[in-house]
Ligand binder design. Structure first.
Ligand code: UD1
Length: 420
């Protein structure tokens, strides 16, 4: 199995381009199930999760043509089944995103129920309750969610007990073809939800209020084809910026989305970084300094994202001072901490809070990636650690970071993919 070998101690310096956002691309690909006309999606990141979603669409009979620039043309007119089998869902929870579009467009869906995962139990009850409120009949049999509706779904007023990103996306997609008006309250405001809504609007959907906590959808009878470019990845961008800060370096991320990163940029400034932004680029310059520790508390957008929490634990681990990191979204999202302790970090976890006491330096060690963002934090720790770090189970990283060794390598990191 591939591993990443990183020799720490280099200040990162240079320019890197942000890839398309995985978490926007996945719902947008699922949204293609809402029309039988041809759709072209551009700026897809070259990632395992994207391949899995394309494989899932292909397994339903959809035509999928990918070109060398990761632009994909999808043809749903040849769809011959509405099933997302366990084999695919167990490798990618976001497969649940086909549920809303399938039941709304084809009146039926069989989607394997995603199980627990490394970062918490992650139920999908709110997705199911919302679809039921729109008239779908739902049961769980043999581990599968079986959903059906006679005729069209009906518009409904749906209040989410908890802010859920993929839950909002699933119901947003379902509502576009429902009969009547749907109002989603306490909806997720994440930029990826907005990107999905913009794609749906370009397909003829009638949506208002995306980007706020109340989204109103006026159902239409059919949607049409479109060509849509996926937004840049704010979490990948943030990870490169933290890499600059943690190594005392200077990195400019281009072709990115500045506004979606406000909470992260303000924490980087608090850590002592000089942050400069243009229309579509962000530069972090640490001017050789060690960062100051920062307190973090994760919450739904526009607050600080849980997907950047692990990277800031890494930053705090070598910072001046003590940082308190509170994880409010997932109950078990400190798996990276045990691995960082192996590198000499001083971190104490109690419940959903990590107290990170910055130390002068980390030391390279063999460590194991446990989930996607946890693995990014191990790469960051390794970049600043003394000596070599070998990261095992990097398939987690490949799920979310495109060409990670090429991109970090171009910034001066000593990083390579090795077999043993
Ligand atoms: C999405 C992102 C993930 C990110 C997360 C939070 C994708 C593909 N993934 O995951 O990278 O970390 O948002 O920003 O976009 N919940 C329920 N019932 C539900 C749904 C969710 O209780 O039906 C709870 C979850 O357990 C969690 C919280 O709500 O505690 C937020 O989860 P949610 O926003 O749904 O996360 P995902 O959409 O799975």
């Amino acid at each position: 199995m591939d591993k990443l070998l990183i020799t720490g101690g280099t200040r990162l310096n240079g320019v890197v381009r942000a890839s398309g956002a995985k978490n926007a691309a996945l719902p947008i690909l699922a949204a293609t199930l809402l029309t039988k006309e041809l759709i072209t999606i551009k700026n897809l990141p070259h990632l395992h999760d994207i391949t899995t979603m394309l494989e899932l669409l292909g397994s339903m009979g959809c035509g999928v043509v990918v070109d060398e620039k990761m632009s994909v043309q999808l043809d749903v007119s040849t769809l011959n089944n509405c099933e997302a089998p366990y084999d695919l869902v167990k490798t990618m929870r976001a497969s649940i995103l086909v549920l809303g579009p399938l039941v709304s467009h084809f009146g039926k869906a069989v989607v394997s129920l995603p199980g627990g995962c490394a970062i918490g139990s992650r139920p999908v009850d709110l997705h199911l309750r919302g679809l039921e409120a729109m008239g779908a009949k739902i049961s769980v049999e043999g581990g599968d969610i079986i959903a059906s509706v006679d005729g069209r779904l009906k518009g409904a007023r749906i209040f989410f007990d908890k802010v859920t990103v993929t839950g909002t996306e699933n119901l947003l997609m379902a509502a576009t073809l429902a009969d009547g008006k749907t109002i989603l309250e306490n909806a997720a405001r994440e930029p990826e939800v907005v990107d999905l809504a913009e794609c749906l609007i370009s397909m003829g959907a009638k949506i208002k209020g995306h980007g706020t906590d109340t989204i109103t959808i006026e159902g239409v009878e059919s949607l049409h084809g479109t060509t849509y470019p996926v937004m840049p990845d704010r979490i990948e961008t943030g990870t490169f910026l933290v890499a600059a800060a943690i190594t005392g370096g200077k990195v400019r991320v281009i072709d990115t989305n500045v506004k979606s990163l406000e909470a992260v940029l303000s924490k980087l400034e608090e850590a002592g970084a000089k942050v400069t932004c243009g229309d579509n680029w962000i530069e972090v310059d640490m001017e050789g300094r060690r960062p100051d520790a920062v307190n973090i508390s994760t919450a739904p957008y526009p607050a600080f994202p849980t997907d950047m929490q692990a990277q800031f634990v890494a930053l705090n681990s070598i910072a001046n001072g003590v940082g308190r990191v509170i994880e409010n979204i997932f109950e078990n999202r400190f798996m990276h901490v045990d691995e960082m302790l192996r590198m000499g970090a001083d971190i104490e976890v109690s419940g959903n809070t990590a107290i990170v006491r910055g130390c002068e330096r980390l030391k390279g060690a063999p460590v194991m990636a446990t989930d996607l963002r946890a693995s990014a934090s191990l790469v960051l720790s390794a970049l600043v650690a003394e000596g070599d770090t070998k990261i095992d189970r990097i398939y987690h990283i490949d799920r979310g970071y495109e060409c990670i060794e090429e991109k970090f390598g171009a910034l001066g990191a000593k990083i390579s993919r090795v077999l043993n």
